[in-house]
Design a protein around this ligand. Structure first.
Ligand SMILES: Cc1ncc(COP(=O)(O)O)c(C=O)c1O
Length: 383
């Protein structure tokens, strides 16, 4: 019996390998924000999410170290059982102040927070309307919920309108910046539609928080949409804020409800207090050091300017996609770039739709102009 099961697993692994879809974890020896070291070789990193360089900011590292010394490395239990540290509350207060939202709840990852958001807030009479390119964590959450899942064409307000007219109790879910394409929905237009159909709008702003809007308040703020107009927002600490973990934000009622009924919150160990101390510092730097966003914007503009002849996806954000089609082509391109000292992993199905394997270039405030010139020169040779 178990030999049979193992053979089935091995067969699935072999099939993935034959399709060039096997993911191979790489051990990094060092990471300093811009460069990473693998097997003694240095590479310029163009596939991380440390958009503002906060993952290695000395003040954040110091806050982490001080937090560990003063508060301990781990939280030792669920916040509902063991309780939470002052620093958890300080972080929540700081997020509420930054985003102008009533309440937030901390989670160990964005994946868990998205599960809690969709599973807890929807019920069997609801229809969850998700964008076709939604992140896996949203799709899985919707599939595991009691609600009915329906998908609309990517960022297509007309398609959303058609779906809204068909279903009884819609809830609309979208992302501030799509993780593989780097584009954003028209949030004011979506909000207007949602108001027309009395549908709550839920936002995953993993790639917008810190980067977009005044003081980095995220994609909604950048488009003039307030947190009060959204039903619930998920954003994480592991992207622009450079640390790890996530939060849900919303009205007191919505967050109180998730706190009481959200199984991913209740039955999970609270974030390590030292990590919260680091995120707290990171939020402060993110708000006050707008030069980080300015540098990122100028790097994005330089990249787009130098790469006008490359078939890039239409994105003005730090995520720039170069679709190559087959997985073989994307993997070969990635290998070639590594030979030239550029770390840029191939993104293949099922992460992206079949036939759209790509290089997903992510820019950071840490990159120099020279890095970007070098990248574009190498990409041009590939295309
Ligand atoms: C759009 C989006 N949502 C959610 C997540 C999950 O966040 P985390 O990595 O904190 O689990 C990610 C990150 O992979 C993401 O890109």
């Amino acid at each position: 019996m178990s030999a049979n099961r193992l053979a089935q697993l091995q067969q699935a692994l072999d099939e993935r390998a034959a399709q060039q879809l096997l993911r191979t974890p790489v051990t990094l020896q060092q990471y300093n924000g811009r460069l990473l070291t693998v097997a003694g070789r240095h590479f310029i990193n163009f596939c991380g999410n440390d958009y503002l360089g906060l993952a290695t900011a000395p003040q954040v590292l110091q806050a982490f170290a001080d937090g560990a010394m003063q508060l301990g490395a781990g939280s030792s239990g669920s916040p509902m059982v063991t309780g939470q540290h002052t620093v958890h509350q300080q972080l929540c207060d700081s997020l509420c102040d930054w985003l102008d939202v009533e309440r937030v709840l901390l989670f160990s990852s964005g994946f868990a927070a998205n599960q809690a958001m969709l599973l807890t807030l929807s019920n069997k009479n609801d229809s969850l309307l998700l964008d076709k390119l939604s992140h896996a964590s949203l799709i899985d959450a919707a599939l595991h919920s009691d609600a009915t899942l329906k998908r609309f064409a990517h960022n297509d307000v007309t398609a959303l309108h058609a779906l809204l007219s068909q279903v009884k109790q819609p809830m609309v879910v979208t992302e501030g910046v799509f993780s593989m394409d780097g584009d954003s929905p028209d949030l004011p237009a979506m909000l207007k539609l949602c108001q027309q159909f009395n549908a709550p709008l839920l936002l995953d702003d993993a790639h917008g928080l810190g980067v977009l809007g005044p003081q980095g308040r995220g994609a909604a703020a950048a488009q003039g949409v307030t947190q009060q107009q959204l039903y619930c927002t998920m954003a994480n600490f592991g992207k622009a804020l450079g640390v790890g973990g996530a939060f849900l934000a919303g009205s007191k009622t919505v967050i109180d409800y998730i706190e009481q009924f959200g199984r991913h919150y209740i039955y999970s160990t609270a974030l390590p207090p030292a990590l919260c101390a680091a995120v707290l510092k990171s939020v402060a730097l993110c708000r006050s050091e707008s030069w980080r966003r300015d540098k990122l914007q100028s790097n994005i503009a330089l990249f787009r300017h130098l790469a006008t002849d490359l078939p890039l996806l239409n994105s003005q954000t730090a995520i720039q996609g170069l679709v190559l089609g087959s997985s073989q082509r994307a993997v070969a391109a990635s290998v070639q770039l590594k030979q030239a000292g550029i770390w840029l992993s191939a993104i293949r199905p099922p992460t992206v739709p079949q036939g759209s394997a790509r290089l997903r270039i992510t820019l950071s405030a840490q990159h120099t102009e020279q890095d970007i010139h070098q990248l574009v020169q190498q990409l041009r040779q590939l295309v």
